[in-house]
Design a binder for this molecule. Structure first.
Ligand code: AMP
Length: 260
């Protein structure tokens, strides 16, 4: 099972102490994972719940100095945070990890199992919508292919248009494109000319950030036409690859840290 976190670039992360970590009994049949042998959780094993890093500090209100109303407010905030953490844990455990796909050495983070879990999928969309609904965002730019799954429901919910950022030669109209480097060679993403206007505010969404090359190209593409990229958002981050360092200081919001 992977560690979970709710992380933004400006978050004040806090690790739960061992005493605060929950334990649970997990069986292969309990989750939505298909092909149990491919998951990292052995069937019927007792496992430690992943450590959950919160971007708030629960020790802010000291019981000795807060008023009754502050205390109630603090408890309400903690209850909300606990609900949020439950959602993150559920999302994390609904993502299937497949070793050596599509080639040897790659640990593939498969979000198709997340889509089968209606609660976890809804929680995923809700967490993004809650974050972006009052941010005056008029563009949700989704990166092919899995950004096309998460982007449209977020766009509809926050009243923004959805703009697909596609692989080369897929869009029928006039395009502008941006090249980026891969481990071997280069790739490109393209966007229709006229899909966005100078001065609009955009959120870029993809399923996962690894090296950050794809998101970096998407930021460049939108900024070239005068769009203000407010934030990038992904369901999963492979934090050890330090992809967020390639985003030129642009904020990145992720739900799950899938570092090994
Ligand atoms: P990068 O440009 O290196 O940040 O790679 C991000 C893109 O590659 C995303 O569109 C992901 O869907 C895909 N990707 C990279 N690594 C993985 C992985 N381990 N599991 C699933 N998708 C991945």
């Amino acid at each position: 099972m992977q560690s979970t976190s709710l992380v933004s670039s400006s978050s004040n992360s806090l690790s739960l102490s061992p005493a605060e970590t929950k334990t649970t009994t997990t069986t292969a049949a309990a989750g939505p994972r298909i092909g149990a042998p491919l998951t990292r959780v052995p069937a019927s094993s007792r496992v430690e719940f992943p450590s959950i890093r919160l971007h708030h500090d629960r020790s802010i209100l000291s019981p000795l100095c807060c008023t009754a109303s502050e205390s109630v407010k603090g408890e309400q905030e903690m209850a909300l945070k606990d609900a949020e953490d439950d959602r993150i844990a559920r999302i994390s455990s609904a993502i299937r990890v497949i070793p050596n796909f599509p080639k040897p050495g790659i640990l593939f983070q498969d979000i198709t199992t997340l889509l089968l879990d209606t609660k976890a999928f809804k929680d995923t969309i809700d967490l993004f919508v809650e974050r972006y609904k009052d941010k005056r965002i008029s563009i949700v730019a989704g990166i092919e292919a899995r950004g096309f799954i998460f982007g449209p429901p977020i766009a509809l919910a926050i009243g923004a248009k959805f703009v697909p950022m596609r692989k080369p030669n897929k869009l029928p109209g006039e395009v502008i494109s941006e090249e980026y480097s891969l481990e071997y060679g280069t790739d490109k993403i393209e966007m229709h000319v006229g899909a966005v206007e100078t001065g609009e505010r955009a959120l870029i969404i993809d399923d996962l950030i690894a090296t950050g090359g794809t998101l970096c190209a998407a930021i460049r593409l939108l900024e070239r036409v005068g769009v203000d990229v407010v934030e990038c958002a992904c369901v999963i981050e492979l934090a050890e690859l330090k992809g967020r360092d390639r985003l030129g200081g642009k904020p990145l919001f992720v739900l799950v840290d899938a570092s090994a």
